[in-house]
Structures are given as structure tokens and as C-alpha cells.
Ligand binder design. Structure first.
Ligand code: GDG
Length: 735
């Protein structure tokens, strides 16, 4: 990052816990994957970190900030004070009892309380307020994790130009599971406020895209999605660690070296297996213990020779299931040790507490096996830390249900639910020849070093920068918002006018049937008023057939109408319709209809709309993913089938249109302009790709307005068909 760009990290927890102890404030570093990854980056980037300090009771005491600043050592921490009730409902409630279990595929552990959902919104709002208060122009705001999924959109509202990135540290589940969550649409919309949304793996990213489509109805591309006129970049960016810290501690830290020699001495002649986790039901601790018991059961020779050292840091102790897990783990450890321990050997050394970093690194270094067993994990940093601390002789046994497994193929990958084969993998690791161990470890080590935390964060920051710059460029290219006053004033001042409106999606809803796209109340009257002014030439272009247009607008004298995209035209003042082209062959329709019928049968909810010169297949109500896939198949099939004809199949929004090549809206517009060559007010309203031609033909000084904000050759935009109708009303009222 260059020097004037400041990094603002926002996460639920600050990397420190601050508690009052008598008159004093105690500041203690906290552990966990996010802290491990972000702390070195913050130190490098001279940034600020905004988060909750882990204690609800400190708000308003200035001495607290002093204590934090003293402990921060050059970093800047800014506190979000969350009231106790909010912490309970937002953090322990919706975050940890709804999102956490659902995102980790534990729907049975999921519970929902509407009160907790409201607190989640409230807490995100509180984070928003603190960020907005502290943000400076040019900051890059990096929002972390599942507790703050609404924050990007809240920030986008208040800071429309801010550069915002979001990283999800936990898995994003299949849309089938994601949809269990009440609040799911809001979570998706919340994320879409960012410039970049990143996940650990491509699988998580694909699940997110599928949730966007199936839950949010939002289509996306492989690495981008459009929302509210912005392009949001999507990426898979596996997090790394700072490997040199581990090596540095092993080489130069006196404490670490002290523990190392102590452990080497204590476990001499024994093989060591190490595992380190937060005590969480996703980490697979009971399954590991059962597997270890099985290992001892079937290998009498390992008894007395292998020790499992298990560090399980207590976590979320107030939440249900965690106390139960703790009991279960203690019981299993008791059973195994009770059954197999000898006076000079304890099979499982279980530490139900955090240990110092120096101890941790020394343990990693002495361990013959690092055993990482989660039932689901976004990434898992312990696997990488074990590799970074290993001296070449160890073996990593890694659950394939972690994000880390995607990058760590040289580990022995296991399915933790399959106790038998996992036990076999441990046996294999224990027996593995030293060369193989070294080769595998070396390949892993190289990758852990290369894909480190700095490379990860630099890439993230770079991508947010790119995406934000692209957004800024597009904002400049986007049409400006239409001002009804300015348009009405220009209308009033003009002597002769041409007004041309597309219909579906512009003045009325786009629908597959006549009923769905019936005109909104009052539209006919407004158009009639405009058409009644002899200075005006007013025209309407629709997808629908002539009968519908006749019925809706046929009574308006002087109105020009084009049906079926311009295939049939009724000039102003005429009573008859005429085809826009002499070549009226419709022989192609019968074979096309029979193909369409087959496709419609395959996609429940889809409908065929047959008109005189064109046909469309709509699948708005069908399964979106299947519908899109089938539309691709259909368009491809028809393209081959119609290759020798003057007819083409075009994919539109949730539909495939089949129509002769000679049908073009722009020709109709040409005709209108020829009718009124002296018009000093030209106005066009449209909303889809075909309308771009219309805007182009109207000329550079015309009032061209697109409904919906998106890149367009129109000069202006207006939000919805209702606003477009309102615009016409303003003109009609000012003539
Ligand atoms: C989330 C995602 C993702 C653990 N015990 C001690 C200790 N630790 C440190 C480890 C490691 C960190 O805590 C745990 O990180 P994980 O990645 O294993 O797991 P989560 O906390 O669940 O993290 C995870 C991560 O975010 C990052 O994106 O990988 O999938 O769930 O750094 O070393 N540190 C010390 N003493 C301990 O007793 N000092």
C-alpha cells in the first residue's frame, strides 16, 4: 500500500482482551486464527484495528484507552463497546448459534431466535458507527468474518466511495444448507456492499455464487457479480501464516529453546503426536480420541511408545454444546488414560487451557505427527504452523474437510469420520521412511513459505484497490440521474418533439404473459395527453403482439405503435398494422415451436409466448441454475438449426427470443425521425440491450433515459418503471 492509504481492519474481536482488575485495566493478547494472520500485517501497514475488546463493562473510561495504547505497542486499537445484552444475542446468539453451525454443516446445532437476529443487525450498525467516525478518505477498510456480514452494505451507504473488502474465515456452505438461515437474503445483500468478497477456497466461492443465484436470485460470473450498478470482485484467497516467526522462535527465542530441550528430554524414546485446537465441536476432538483409542487397541506395540499431546483451548464457554463437548472430551481422555496408562506413561496428555506461543512452537517442533482432524474448517492454521515449525522429520495428518487440505496434498489426508482409515494413516505416518517424510515435509514447507500471510494480505489489498478503481471508473462512465425538472423544462421550451418509449421493463413490468405486463394505472391517460399535443410525435415499442397493444393503447389517436420489437407497425393516425418488412415467411415457426415445447416440458414453470413473427421461451419461474443451463442448450441448438435462415435465437434476461433478423427497433426509430426531421426535443426511454440501439439513433443531444442504473449509451438513468411513468406525467403536465 502507498503511504497515504491507511488500512482499517474491522473484526468482531480486537486482538486483545481488556478487563478491569481492581483499579487497573488488564490487556491480554488473544489467540485465534484471525489474530495470528492479521496482527503482523497491521504492524507493517501502520493501520488501525476496530473491534470489541471482549468485556462489556468498560465504556466511557478514558484510562482504558490509555491502557490499550500502552499495550498496543505502535498499533492503534479502537474499541466498539457492545452492551452485554447485544453481546449475548449477537455474538453468542446469531453469530455462534446460527451462522457458525450452519456454515460448518451442523444444522442440528443451529438455533434461531428473532431477537438475536435483530441484535446482529444492531451490532453491525454499532460497528458501522465507529468505522464511519474513524474513517478517513482514501482508507482501505477490511471487514472480517461472519459476525460482520451486514457491515459492508451499511458502510457503502454511508461511505459510497470507500474501498471495502470482506474476507470470510469460515467455510461458505452449500446453498441448500445456507438457506436454513432466516436473514439469508440480508446477509448476501450485506456482503454485496464490498468491492471484493474473498473466501479461502474455490469451493466456498462456488457455494457463495450458488447462494446468490438460488437464494438471492442474483446471477454472477466466475469472479464477479453485478449489484446496484457496481461490479463486485469474487476471489478465492487461501490465508497463510508468518512462517519466519516460527522459525525465528525456534532458532533465537530462549524460552522456546528451553521448552524444546525440556520436551526432548521428557519424551525421549517416545513418538509424539500433537494436536492444537480451540475446544469447538467442528474440530473433531472426540473423534480423534476415539481413533487414538482404536490405534492403541489394535497395536499393542504402540502402548508405552506413543503419546498424544492435545491442547484444547476453552472457547465460547457460555454457548450450549460447548460445555457438553468439554465433558465428553474429559471423559474420553479419562477412559483412555484409565485403560492404558502405565506408571511411566500417559497416553493422552490433555491440556484444557491455552499455552504460551513459546511452548506451542516447541511442541510443534518435537512432534513426529501433527494431527489436524476437523469435521469442517475454513482453512486451519495449525496445519501450516506445524509445517513451519517442523525440522524435517514430521508427518502432517490432515482432515480433508479443511480448507488447508486443498493446498496441502503432501499431507496424509483423512476423512475424520472414518476412524479405521484414519488410524491406518497414523500407523503409516509412524512407519514412514525418513526420506519420504522429508520429501513430503519439504514440499509442504515451501508452499507454506510462499503462500504466507503477507502474500495473502498484499494480494487482498491489491485486489480491493483494483476493484475499487474499476468501480470509480465505471461511476464516471455511468449515465447521470435524470432530473425530471430539467427534462420538463426542455420539453416546454421545444417547438417540435419526438418521444419514443420501450414498454416492457421500462413503463411496465417485464413479464412472460399479457397479464404480467399489463399497463400500470394512469399510463394510458398520460400517453394520450402527450400524443394529443400536435407538436409531439409519440411512439411505443413493445415485445407483445398487435392485439395486446390495440387493446391497451389502440384508442389513443395519433400514437405510433410497434409490436413484436418492431416487426409490425401502426403509424400514428392509421388504423391498420403493417409488417415492417416484405419478407413475411413464418415457415420457421412450426419446427422451432416443437423444439420449444420439448424444452418447456423439461423446465417446470417455464412458458412459451408465441406471437405472429416471433416466439419467446421464458423461464423466470423455473429453477434458476437449471433454467440458465437449459437456455444455453436451447440457444445453441437453435443456432445450429437456424443457421441457414434469416432467423436467430437470442438469450435475453430469463428468456430466449427467436425472431427474424430483420426485426430491429432502430429502424422504427429511424422512421420516426424522418417523420419529424425538425424536432428540437428528442426523448427515448428504454431498459434492455436492444434499447441501446434506440439511444444511439436518437443522436447525442437527445434526452435518452435508461430505467435501472447500469453502463449504457443513454445519457441519464432513472431507478424504476414507476419513476419513468412519473417522468412522463411531468412532461404531460408541463406542455
Ligand atoms: C478461523 C477459522 C481459519 C490455538 N491454541 C493456542 C494457540 N492457538 C492458535 C493457533 C492458531 C489459531 O489459534 C487457531 O487457528 P485455526 O485456523 O486453527 O482456527 P480458528 O480459530 O477456528 O480460526 C479457520 C482461521 O480463522 C483463519 O482464517 O483457518 O478455519 O475457523 O494460530 O496457533 N495459540 C497459543 N496458545 C494456544 O494454546 N499461543
Amino acid at each position: 500500500m502507498d503511504s497515504e492509504q491507511r488500512l482499517v481492519v474491522v473484526s468482531n474481536r480486537l486482538p486483545v482482551t481488556i478487563r478491569r482488575s481492581g483499579e487497573e485495566w488488564r490487556v491480554q493478547a488473544s489467540s485465534g486464527g484471525l489474530v495470528t494472520a492479521m496482527d503482523p500485517i497491521l504492524r507493517r501497514n501502520d493501520g488501525i484495528w476496530i473491534g470489541w475488546p471482549g468485556d462489556p463493562s468498560g465504556g466511557g473510561d478514558p484510562s482504558r484507552q490509555e491502557a490499550i495504547d500502552r499495550a498496543a505497542g505502535g498499533r492503534r486499537f479502537i474499541v466498539v463497546d457492545l452492551p452485554e445484552r447485544v453481546v449475548e444475542l449477537f455474538y453468542e446468539g446469531y453469530s455462534n448459534q446460527a451462522i457458525w453451525p450452519v456454515f460448518h454443516y451442523f444444522p442440528a446445532f443451529f438455533s434461531y431466535d428473532p431477537e438475536a437476529w435483530r441484535a446482529y443487525i444492531e451490532a453491525n450498525r454499532m460497528f458501522h458507527d465507529v468505522v464511519v467516525e474513524n474513517a478517513r478518505a482514501g482508507d482501505l477498510i477490511w471487514v472480517h468474518d461472519y459476525q460482520l456480514m451486514l457491515l459492508p452494505a451499511m458502510l457503502r451507504q454511508s461511505l459510497p466511495d470507500a474501498r471495502i473488502g470482506f474476507f470470510l474465515h469460515i467455510p461458505f456452505p452449500s446453498s441448500e444448507v445456507f438457506r436454513l438461515l432466516p436473514g439469508r437474503e440480508d446477509l448476501l445483500q450485506g456482503l454485496l456492499g464490498a468491492d471484493l468478497i474473498a473466501f479461502h477456497t474455490h469451493a466456498h466461492l462456488q457455494h457463495f455464487r450458488s447462494a446468490l443465484l438460488r437464494v438471492g436470485g442474483v446471477e454472477s460470473r466466475m469472479n464477479a457479480v453485478e449489484s446496484a450498478g457496481r461490479t463486485i470482485r469474487l476471489e478465492a484467497l487461501p490465508i497463510g501464516i508468518a512462517p519466519e516467526e516460527f522459525r525465528g522462535m525456534l532458532e533465537g527465542n530462549a524460552q522456546t529453546r528451553h521448552f524444546l530441550s525440556e520436551y526432548e528430554e521428557r519424551f525421549r524414546g517416545r513418538r509424539i503426536i500433537v494436536s492444537v485446537d480451540r475446544l469447538d465441536y467442528t474440530k473433531g476432538i472426540p473423534l480423534r480420541l476415539r481413533t487414538f483409542r482404536r490405534l492403541l487397541e489394535r497395536n499393542a506395540d504402540l502402548r508405552g511408545r506413543v503419546t498424544l499431546i492435545q491442547v484444547a483451548v476453552p472457547s465460547r464457554e457460555k454457548a450450549p454444546f460447548y460445555a457438553q463437548l468439554r465433558r465428553q472430551v474429559n471423559e474420553l481422555v479419562g477412559e483412555i488414560n484409565g485403560e492404558y496408562a502405565a506408571p511411566d506413561w500417559t497416553p493422552v496428555v490433555h491440556l484444557n487451557r491455552g499455552i504460551s506461543r513459546a511452548q506451542l512452537v516447541a511442541l510443534y517442533a518435537v512432534a513426529d505427527i501433527g494431527w489436524v482432524n476437523p469435521l469442517r474448517d475454513g482453512m486451519n492454521l495449525v496445519a501450516k504452523e506445524y509445517v513451519a515449525s517442523n525440522r524435517g522429520g514430521g508427518v502432517l495428518v490432515l482432515s480433508e474437510l479443511t480448507g488447508a487440505a486443498e493446498e496441502m496434498g503432501e499431507a496424509l489426508l483423512v476423512n475424520p469420520f472414518d476412524e479405521e482409515r484414519t488410524a491406518e494413516a497414523i500407523e503409516r505416518a509412524l512407519d514412514m521412511p525418513v526420506e519420504e517424510r522429508r520429501d513430503r515435509m519439504e514440499a509442504l514447507r515451501r508452499r507454506v513459505e510462499r503462500n504466507n500471510a503477507f502474500a495473502w494480505s498484499e494480494r487482498f489489498i491489491e485486489l480491493v484497490g483494483e476493484a475499487a478503481a474499476e468501480r470509480a471508473r465505471r461511476v464516471e462512465e455511468l449515465p447521470g440521474q435524470a432530473s425530471p425538472e430539467a427534462i420538463a423544462a426542455s420539453y416546454r421550451a421545444a417547438r417540435e418533439r419526438v418521444l419514443c418509449f420501450s414498454y416492457e421493463g421500462t413503463l411496465a413490468p417485464a413479464g412472460a404473459s399479457r397479464r404480467q405486463s399489463a399497463p400500470p394505472p394512469g399510463l394510458e391517460k398520460t400517453i394520450a395527453r402527450l400524443a394529443a399535443d400536435p407538436a409531439n410525435l409519440v411512439a411505443l415499442i413493445s415485445v407483445r403482439g398487435r392485439a395486446d397493444l390495440e387493446q391497451w393503447f389502440g384508442g389513443i389517436p395519433g400514437l405510433w405503435m410497434a409490436a413484436e420489437h418492431g416487426a409490425l407497425i401502426r403509424p400514428g393516425g392509421a388504423l391498420e398494422w403493417r409488417a415492417a418488412h416484405p419478407n413475411l415467411s413464418t415457415e420457421w415457426k412450426a419446427p422451432v415451436m416443437s423444439v420449444l415445447e420439448q424444452f418447456a416440458d423439461r423446465a417446470p414453470g417455464s412458458v412459451i409466448d408465441e406471437r405472429e413473427y416471433s416466439v419467446a421461451w421464458h423461464y423466470r419461474l423455473s429453477d434458476p441454475q437449471f433454467g440458465d443451463w437449459l437456455a444455453g442448450e436451447l440457444a445453441g441448438f437453435l443456432e445450429r438449426m437456424l443457421s441457414e435462415t434469416q432467423v436467430s435465437a437470442v438469450r435475453g434476461h430469463k428468456c430466449v427470443e427467436i425472431r427474424p433478423l430483420w426485426i430491429q427497433k432502430a429502424q422504427f426509430v429511424e422512421q420516426l425521425l424522418e417523420e419529424r426531421p425538425g424536432a428540437d426535443f428528442r426523448f427515448a426511454l428504454g431498459s434492455d440491450r436492444a434499447d441501446e440501439d434506440v439511444f444511439g439513433r436518437m443522436g447525442p443531444r437527445a434526452w435518452t433515459v435508461r430505467v435501472g442504473r447500469a453502463p449504457s449509451s443513454a445519457r441519464f438513468w432513472t431507478p424504476s418503471p414507476d419513476d419513468a411513468v412519473e417522468l412522463l406525467r411531468r412532461m404531460a403536465g408541463s406542455g
